[in-house]
Design a protein around this ligand. Structure first.
Ligand code: GLU
Length: 397
């Protein structure tokens, strides 16, 4: 009998967090590392959010257990925020507050999947999605997309990958890692197809406010209301309000799914930390002014990073439409020798970048897209210039 269960033993630890942890450890050891790794805004959380948390610490109500599905005020505020921002009409009872968006994904899959079920997962995909799918005995069916389609999956591709065991489609727009934003027509077409096929959609809207140029995010169950009965919306405060460390996300689902998910959570985690929930309440019920300000900074960095990446020899890049990631192809660099090392994969390239230039990027292998790498532009402008300058120097050598 093995010491570690087969299911947990099969998990690949998060590559985004692994690269980030390695880079931060090097920094802590005094190395001058530029971190393009985890998607983490460099801004502090908004002042009124921090004040709400400080006040929450002093209020003894928050020193106690609260309902497993979330503070009633926060569930109501998330429902109101969802109506305000995406136009989706939901009841507070449909909201389950989780320990970040990642935990909402985990809880949603736990609640929906049985062994043998299949989950459609367009790639490149964020590294976490397939792991809970496998943990619950289901199978992720990866559907590759490429730069020619702007990394957007088509209904024909979805149809071709569907079997009688297909239960859920994972849909993410704006996308991590590609930065792609689907048009309203594309979102509606996929939603209508899912309704016709009776397939659930888990739609991850965590980057909803981070879109650029003329691109705007659209919520699938708003465009296709018939989908609402088979749809789970995942969201959270991390990216919009620069609150990655507070760990507050949520899932919004049909009432039977929310009730089942809350039951699971009552055994798994009890309530999310009340101080964090009070901070999230201040965030979602406040204005979007801070978000507008941060988005302007991300947009400026996006343009600059795109310009600098496009100038690198052997590198091609689509202009990111949303989120805060660039996802360039390094195919033209593979096969070269850099700093005495033959670079035959983006895994090796990422190691060379870190060792030789002290620059951390996440290799495309983490997102099922070898040949690419992901660079977050949520870091400061000076760091962005410095890191890109180091890559340019290394690749020119
Ligand atoms: N979602 C962010 C990223 O992709 C945070 C890290 C993580 O949780 O994987 O970098």
């Amino acid at each position: 009998m093995s010491r570690i269960s087969e299911r947990v033993g099969a998990i690949t630890p998060s590559a985004t967090l692994a690269v980030d942890a390695r880079a931060k450890a090097l920094k802590a050891a005094g190395e001058d590392v530029i971190v393009f790794a985890a998607g983490e805004p460099d801004f502090p959380s908004p002042a009124h959010v921090v004040e709400a948390a400080a006040a929450a610490c002093r209020d003894a109500r928050n020193h106690r257990y609260t309902p497993a599905a979330g503070l009633p005020e926060l569930r109501a505020a998330v429902a109101a925020k969802t109506r305000r921002d995406s136009g989706l009409e939901v009841e507070a009872s449909q909201v389950v507050v989780t320990n970040g968006g990642k935990h909402a994904i985990y809880t949603a899959f736990a609640t929906l999947l049985d062994p043998g079920d299949e989950v459609l997962l367009p790639s490149p995909y964020w590294t976490t999605y397939p792991e809970p799918v496998a943990l619950f005995g289901a199978k992720a069916v990866v559907i590759p997309t490429d730069a020619a389609s702007g990394f957007k999956v088509s209904v024909d591709q979805l149809e071709a990958a569907t079997t009688e065991r297909t239960k859920v489609l994972v849909f993410v727009s704006p996308s991590n890692p590609s930065g792609a934003v689907y048009s309203p027509e594309q979102v509606a077409a996929i939603g209508r197809w899912a309704v016709e096929r009776g397939i659930w959609v888990l739609t991850d809207e965590i980057y909803e406010h981070l879109t650029y140029d003329d691109h705007r995010s659209s919520s699938m169950p708003v465009l296709v209301p018939e989908l609402a009965d088979r749809c789970v919306v995942v969201n959270g405060v991390a990216k919009t309000y620069a609150m990655t460390g507070w760990r507050v996300g949520w899932m919004i689902s049909p009432p039977d799914v929310s009730a089942a998910a809350a039951g699971l959570q009552s055994h798994a985690t009890s309530n999310v930390a009340n101080v964090s929930q009070r901070a999230a309440l201040a965030a979602v019920s406040g204005s979007l002014d801070d978000v507008v300000h941060m988005r302007e900074a991300f947009d400026r960095r996006r343009r600059r990073m795109f310009e600098l990446l496009s100038a690198l020899p052997g590198v091609t890049c689509l202009r990111p439409e949303g989120a805060f990631y660039a996802f360039p192809s390094f195919e033209g660099v593979l096969g070269r020798e850099l700093a005495g090392r033959r670079v035959d994969s983006t895994l090796v390239l990422a190691e060379v970048f870190l060792e030789q230039a002290k620059v951390a990027v996440v290799p495309g292998e983490a997102f099922a897209s070898p040949g690419y790498a992901r660079l977050s532009f949520a870091l400061g402008d000076d760091d962005l210039e410095e890191g890109m300058g180091r890559l340019a120097k290394l690749l020119a050598g």
